[in-house]
Design a protein around this ligand. Structure first.
Ligand SMILES: O=C(O)CCC(=O)C(=O)O
Ligand SMILES: [Fe+2]
Length: 346
């Protein structure tokens, strides 16, 4: 049912204006039950969502999932560059309070880590970063005291500027998956597709040039200390699958960039703001974002810090053999960071 559309909330003050809703892919009760029972079985067998043996068993566990789930998780197939999988039934009362920091999560909500890993494995290979959230394959996105105005998932009071996830790195995800556990205040994730943007050919030419680097974000302290020279990277790329982008203005130094490039970059940012949609995730929704096509962010909100805060689980996925990026990326140093696959690539 590709025609269903997620509801669009009114734009909060200062936030991007939604122009078109996100496609919803419904998951029926049979599919949802398959995912949760398979996840519960894996958890019971391996004891923890972070057990290496569980990760190794994801492909064989997925082999037992039915056609309905597989169909719902077929590749992103519209210029929106994303979809919302809807139909998982989360008992939010049983989750326990939203933790105050990712490092305090432990196995809280572990069933949903495993469900998200299964969903991720149906779309590709989940990856983790040694330097982020202790190497976990499923990150917890929740507001944390002291981090309110950062450009990371832990922030709240500030607009999380639209960005490509892990834009600084050539091993970054092809798909980003966000599973919503709790979102009482209907805080929207924003998403803008390069395939909805209308740019002048001259601007596209400018932004195809590698002019300035993208530096590691504040979630990567070790990478930020890396001594190597940051390499300039192109912002736009014409891939055999259509236009793609690599964009993170909050971590893009503009000092070395010429005026023509800067103006084109500014117009790209304006155009992405124009086509941006606000996706209001509800508990049980899994937002699947094509990280080569869409930049995502989040509107500002007031954290509660009382155990009822917004809580998302996040996974990153590589699609083996995908040709959406310039070949020159393979020579990048990646600021000393390595993306680790959950299991050997199939
Ligand atoms: O909180 C959100 O909706 C998105 C945060 C984000 O940028 C991320 O998790 O990568
Ligand atoms: Fe992000």
């Amino acid at each position: 049912m590709p025609h269903a559309r997620a509801s669009i909330p009114p734009a909060p003050e200062g936030a991007t204006v939604p122009t078109s809703p996100a496609p919803v892919r419904p998951l029926d009760v049979i599919g949802a039950t398959e995912l949760t029972t398979t996840a519960a079985g894996l958890l019971a067998e391996h004891g923890s969502a972070t057990a290496p043996g569980l990760l190794a068993h994801l492909p064989s566990a997925c082999a037992g999932l039915g056609e309905g789930v597989r169909h719902a998780l077929r590749p992103v197939d519209t210029a929106d560059g994303l979809f919302v999988l809807r139909g998982l039934d989360i008992d939010t009362a049983a989750l326990g309070p939203t933790p105050g920091h990712w490092s305090a999560v432990g196995d809280a909500g572990a069933l949903w880590d495993v469900v998200l890993l299964l969903v991720s494995t149906l779309t590709g290979t989940p990856i983790a970063w040694e330097g982020q959230q202790n190497g976990r394959f499923v990150h917890n996105i929740l507001p944390s005291p002291g981090h309110e105005s950062e450009q990371t998932g832990a922030s709240s009071s500030t607009l999380l500027t639209p960005h490509t996830e892990d834009a600084f790195h050539p091993g970054r995800a092809h798909l980003l998956l966000l599973c919503c556990l709790r979102n009482h205040d209907k805080v929207a994730t924003t998403a803008a597709s390069i395939r909805r943007a209308d740019l002048a050919e001259d601007d596209i030419e400018q932004l195809r040039r590698p002019v300035t680097p993208i530096l590691p974000d504040d979630a990567y302290e070790e990478a930020q200390r890396f001594a190597g020279r940051p390499a300039p990277v192109p912002t736009l790329f014409d891939s055999p699958e259509g236009p793609t982008l690599r964009f993170d203005p909050a971590y893009t130094p503009l000092d070395g960039a010429d005026d023509n490039w800067r103006r084109a970059y500014g117009r790209l940012a304006d155009e992405l703001a124009r086509v941006s949609v606000a996706v209001n995730l509800e508990p049980g929704d899994v937002l699947v974002v094509d990280n080569d096509v869409v930049v995502h962010g989040r509107v500002p909100f007031k954290a509660r810090y009382d155990g009822t805060d917004r809580w998302l689980k996040r996974a990153s996925v590589r699609i083996p053999g995908r040709r959406t990026r310039p070949a020159a990326e393979t020579g990048e140093h990646g600021y000393g960071q390595t993306a680790l696959p959950a299991f050997a690539q199939r």
